[in-house]
Design a protein around this ligand. Structure first.
Ligand code: UDX
Length: 462
């Protein structure tokens, strides 16, 4: 099938590449000339595991092309996907201008081409419920026959950064929102090869499809904020959130996923989608109370390590060197949007701290925000050199098993605040660290130098 993907951001690029991997002819369209030139030269502007492999193969077999010319991009195409940004506008609601402008442009071209072929226009971006109707209007307003010449479908994506390619190729489910049987059949055929392991392609009405995306992300975000509050109470009653998580996750009604306490959720989806759903409720006269609490708890949790280090130094962070490990919002990506680390760094900078950051992938993206306001280390041990505290914000693999003896030696003051529960609190205390994690007991650090040295030798790797 000939497929067009409009928008070569993260979702567009992954979708286009994966459709090409399944043998379709894909043309990706973007207004950004530089980006199109870069992609046409074989350069991928984002970091996403496995994307390069499939991208190179599709390009080598000439099944993946890039252009800035929309007319060329949609010529002969059966399905046109919109994978366009919907950034929050001034009042916080999703700005739909990219999606609606593209719909108008595609509609104009279809009128001009006067081509009787049936087309399916699919919205992949996360858009407020009812956006599909507005896209459809753009086509109807130009005299195109809805159902005859064009069908507008909602097909939300559930891709996680860092495993987006795998999520696309092996989805838990595919959601198709349309009232048109013809469009539903074509979409089912398109997705059949992706769901060979028996996962469903669900066809629902368009508004429900749009709602499914918000409901899924909001429920996941609610689980995280809920577990973060459980962790905060665990600390106060002397319980351990890791054990609590294990205990509740064995209840099949709860299950094991998305129950990890930490320093809050970030990324381009959860904060934005939870906000958008709460706003939609209000707009329709409904006060979605849980979601307001989910966001408040998340704000509180994202500040937590910064407040803890401030308390430890009795409110005086001025000129203190603080190391931050992990700058992306989660491991496996260089994306720092809404990252807890950035909230923490902002807080520390406002109080005059000297921050030194380290991340395996996200140094460049962090520089875009903080520039030379903070220092950047080339490695994790260099970051802690002479620091008075280490704050761990992301659970990258290399942070899970560091040489803690080296960390202890490099730190000027052995304070470690771990936002991702990576180490055993008792062993950290034995090694002489003042170690605090999330929702787990803390132990007084060992002060006997001989015992510390013995623990460092014995426990270099926790
Ligand atoms: C999310 C959704 O999972 C995906 O389906 C949707 O399409 C886009 O948003 P993503 O933002 O890539 O994907 O990240 P995800 O892996 O879901 O993690 C989101 C945030 O929650 C991260 O900050 C992560 O650290 C945090 N998290 C996740 C927790 O704090 N605890 C958990 O148990 C799980």
């Amino acid at each position: 099938m000939d497929i067009t993907v409009i928008g070569t951001g993260y979702v567009g690029l992954v979708s286009g590449t994966c459709f090409a991997e399944m043998g379709h002819d894909v043309t990706c369209v973007d207004v950004d000339e530089e980006k199109v030139a870069q992609l046409s030269d074989g350069e991928i502007p984002i970091y996403e595991p496995d994307l390069d492999r499939y991208f190179e193969r599709a390009r080598a077999e000439d099944r993946l092309r890039f252009t800035t010319d929309l007319a060329e991009g949609i010529a002969g195409s059966k399905i046109v996907f919109f994978a366009l940004p919907t950034p929050p506008g001034e009042d916080g609601s999703a700005d739909l201008s990219y999606v609606l402008d593209a719909a108008g442009d595609v509609a104009d071209l279809l009128v001009e081409a006067d081509d009787p072929e049936h087309r399916i226009v699919v919205n992949k971006s996360t858009v407020p419920v009812g956006t599909g109707d507005r896209v459809e209007e753009a086509f109807a307003d130009r005299g195109l026959d809805i159902g005859g010449e064009v069908d507008v479908v909602s097909n939300p994506e559930f891709l996680r950064e860092g495993s987006a390619v795998d999520d696309f190729l092996k989805p838990d489910r595919v959601v198709i929102g349309t009232e048109s049987d013809r469009a539903a059949e074509t979409m089912k055929r398109l997705y059949e090869p992706f769901v060979r392991q028996g996962n469903p392609v669900l066809v629902v009405d368009r508004r429900s499809a749009e709602m499914i995306k918000y409901a899924a992300n909001s429920l996941l975000a609610t689980r995280i904020s809920f577990m973060n509050e459980i962790a905060n109470v665990c600390e106060r009653v002397g319980a351990n959130v890791d054990k609590v998580r294990l205990g509740i996750s064995k209840d099949h009604r709860i299950g094991p996923h998305f129950l990890y306490a930490g320093i809050g959720f970030g990324g381009s989806c959860f904060p934005k989608d939870v906000q958008a759903l709460a706003r939609k409720g209000r707009e329709k006269g409904y006060d979605f109370q849980i979601l307001d609490a989910v966001l408040d708890v998340n704000d509180q949790q994202r500040r937590r390590l910064a407040e803890q280090v401030e308390d430890y130094f009795d409110g005086d962070l001025d000129g203190r060197r603080i190391a931050v490990w992990g700058l992306s919002f989660k491991p496996g990506t260089d994306d720092t949007r809404e990252a807890p680390s950035h909230v923490i760094i902002d807080y520390l900078l406002e109080r005059g701290a000297d921050v030194v950051g380290y991340d395996p992938e996200a140094i460049e993206t962090t520089k875009e925000t903080f520039g030379d306001q903070i220092a950047y280390a080339d490695g994790m041990y260099e970051a802690v050199e002479g620091a008075e505290s280490l704050l761990i914000c992301t659970e990258w693999h290399e942070f899970r098993r560091p040489d803690l003896g080296a960390v202890r030696e490099h730190l000027e003051n052995p304070l470690v605040l771990d936002g991702r529960n990576l180490y055993d609190p008792a062993r950290m205390a034995e090694m002489g660290f003042e170690y605090h994690s999330i929702g787990r007991p803390s132990y007084a650090p060992e002060t006997n130098q001989e015992a510390i040295e013995a623990a460092i030798v014995e426990n270099g790797q926790p």
